[in-house]
Design a protein around this ligand. Sequence first.
Ligand code: NAP
Ligand code: ZN
Length: 371
Amino acid sequence: MNASFYLPTRVFAERGALVKHPEFLRIGHSALIVTGKKSAKLCGALDDVTALLNASGITYTVFDQITENPPLLTCYQGGKLAAECHADFVIGIGGGSPLDAAKAIAAFASNQGIEPMDIYNEGKRTKPSLPIIAIPTTAGTGSEVNPYSVLTLPEGDKKKTFKCANSWPRTAFVDPLYTDSLPYATTISTALDAFAHALESYLSPKSSAFSEAAALFAAEKLWDVLSQYPDEFTPEMRDDLSVAATAAGMAISVTGTGFPHPMGYSLTMLDGVPHGRACAAFAGEYIDYNEKTEVGKARIARFAAAIGATPKVIKTYLPALAAVELSFTDEEIEQRVSLIEKAGNYVNSPYILTKTEMRDIYRKLFNKTKK
Ligand code: NAP
Ligand code: ZN
C-alpha cells in the first residue's frame, strides 16, 4: 500500500483560529500583506491580522493589488515592494488568487534582479522564498495547504503553475467565519472547485491512502452541502465547506489535478467563467472517459458510494450546478484546445485523453448552436 504524505504546513482550522493562536503569526519583524481589492477587509481577516501585528510591534505593508487569476507581472511588482519595505515574511489573505500570488511574491522578494519568467527557472531563482502565512477567505482552492501558485502569463490567455520546495505556507489559519461574506454564487463555484479537487485527486494514479482519505472526507462534506442546494449557507455548512476545501487541497498536494482543470482554464481565461464552475462543467465527461477503464470505473463507484451518491447523479448534478452556457465555433474550439493541450494533467487519471478527444468534449458541451 502507498500511504505517503508530506505536509509542512501547520494548520489551524476552527472559528477564531487566528486570535486563538497569534504566536504563529509572529514569524518575523516586517510583513508584506497580500490581498485582493476588497474581500480581506470585508470579511474581517485583515483587521484581525493588523490588530495582532500592531499588538506585537511587527511592521507591515499592505499590497492590495491582486486580481482574480493573478497576473505574474503583478506578483513581480509585489516582490519588488516586499524587498523595498524589507519584509521578512508574507501574509496572503483571500481566495486562491491572493494566496497563490503570495507564494510568487515571496519568491520574487528574495530573488531580486530576476526577470518575471525566471520564477519558473530553478537555475535563476536560487534563493529560498520568504516564509508565507495563508489565510483563506474562500472555501475552494486549498492553496493554503499546497505549494501551487497558478499565475496568468503576460500574454494574458494562459496560466502556468509555479511551485518550489518552500512555496508551502508555513502556517494556514482556516477560519470559516471569513467565508460568511462570500456571495452565494462564489460559494457554489468555490465548493465546486474543492469537489473537483477531491474527485480528480481520488482518481489520480499518484494518490496514496492518506490523500484518498482526505479526498473522501472532503467529498462527503461538500456533497452533503451541495446536494441540498440550500437557499442560504448556515454557519454549520460554512464550517463543513471550509474544512472540506482544506482537506481537498491536501489531497491535491499529493496528486495534482486531472483534465477538468486545464480544460476549465480556457473557459476562465477566454470566457470569464469562474474557476470552480469552469472545472465542474467537465465533471460528466471526466467520469464518462474514466469509466472506460477498469480502474477508473471501480474508483468512481467507490467514490460515489462513499458520499452516498451514484456516478450518474454526480455527473449530471455537477455540470448542472456549474451552469456554463457557452457556444463555440470550430475555430474557437481549436483556439481553446491549442491553449490547453500541453498541460501535464492529462496523464493524471486512469484514462488519458487524446487531442481529438479534447476537441470532441468541447464540441459536445459547447458546439450546440454555432457552426
Ligand atoms: P479568488 O479569485 O481568490 O476570488 C474570487 C472573488 O471572490 C474575488 O472577487 C474576491 O474579492 C472575492 N472574495 C474572496 N473572498 C471573499 C469573501 N470572504 N467575501 C466576499 N468576497 C470574497 O477566488 P478563488 O476561487 O478562491 O481562487 C481562484 C484562483 O485560485 C484561480 O486563479 C485558480 O487558478 C487558483 N487555484 C489555485 C489552486 C491551488 O492549489 N493553489 C487550486 C485551485 C485554484 P477580492 O478580489 O476583493 O479579494
Ligand atoms: Zn481548482
